[in-house]
Design a protein around this ligand. Structure first.
Ligand SMILES: O=C(CO)COP(=O)(O)O
Length: 253
């Protein structure tokens, strides 16, 4: 059975002080919660303080990006080795904001995915279509190409162990969520594609999240879909109450 992963992508929000305060509250709110996995992905500056605050808790740490090289003359970048040492389990790769504002291509994402796996980090690989692509009926073509290219050259075991996040670009930060049926359809499509790439067993194991305006009000219905194995949450992950409510919505009785 796939354990749902609820991950908070804080983006460029929260100072170290705010991050520590948030995590203290979240630990309290989620004490004793079982059957789901919860991750927070703070900005790089807060990773160290947050990792210490998470010790002994049931919440794990993720980062929002990384460089593919282990080290080198790459001013301003962070390597997988650094993330691993600091205690990250997950790293978000290929988020649409990275693709849109920082020019990341599927090939860049693929290099990062391979580097993350090599260093024992679990990539959360983001894919999703833009509004005009959806309206033109190209969702599966666009998402399919992103999945194929971003995850090219991986073994079945590697595919089985990573996380894909389907995040339609038009639903991110807009308050406009994909309907549970639309999200389910794309997630199921991604799973079929992964079966072609890595076999049925890998496809059965891989977790595929949905992301884009997930809120306490819509979380249960989205997370109740058979191919939605958790959520990548932006805005609603910044408040303890709303993120904890989304986590609770994922609890399958
Ligand atoms: O981009 C997202 C998570 O990675 C989604 O952001 P929102 O939940 O704010 O729409």
């Amino acid at each position: 059975m796939r354990i749902p992963l609820l991950a908070g992508n804080w983006k460029m929000y929260k100072t170290v002080t705010e991050a520590v305060e948030f995590v203290r509250g979240l630990k309290e709110a989620l004490a004793g919660v079982q059957g789901v996995e919860v991750a927070v992905c703070p900005p790089f500056t807060a990773l160290h303080a947050v990792t210490r605050e998470l010790e002994g808790s049931n919440i794990v740490l993720g980062a929002q990006n990384m460089h593919h090289a282990e080290e080198g003359a790459y001013t301003g970048e962070i390597s997988p080795v650094m993330l691993k040492e600091i205690g990250c389990r997950y790293v978000i790769l290929g988020h649409s904001e990275r693709r849109q504002y920082f020019g990341e291509s599927d090939e860049d994402v693929n290099a990062k995915v391979k580097a993350a796996l090599k260093h024992g980090l679990v990539p959360i690989v983001c894919v999703g279509e833009r509004l005009e692509e959806r309206e033109a009926g190209h969702t599966e073509r666009v998402v399919g190409a992103q999945v194929r290219r971003s995850l090219a050259g991986l073994s079945s075991a590697e595919l089985a162990g990573l996380v894909v996040a389907y995040e339609p670009v038009w639903a991110i930060g807009t308050g406009r969520t994909a309907s549970p049926e639309d999200a389910q359809q794309v997630n199921a499509f991604i799973r079929c594609l992964l079966a072609e790439m890595g076999g049925q067993e890998a496809a059965r194991q891989v977790r595929i999240q949905y992301g884009g305006s997930v809120k306490p009000e819509n979380a249960a219905e989205l997370l109740g879909q058979p191919d939605i194995d958790g959520a990548l949450v932006g805005g609603a992950s910044l408040k303890v109450d709303s993120f904890a409510a989304i986590v609770r919505a994922a609890l399958r009785e």
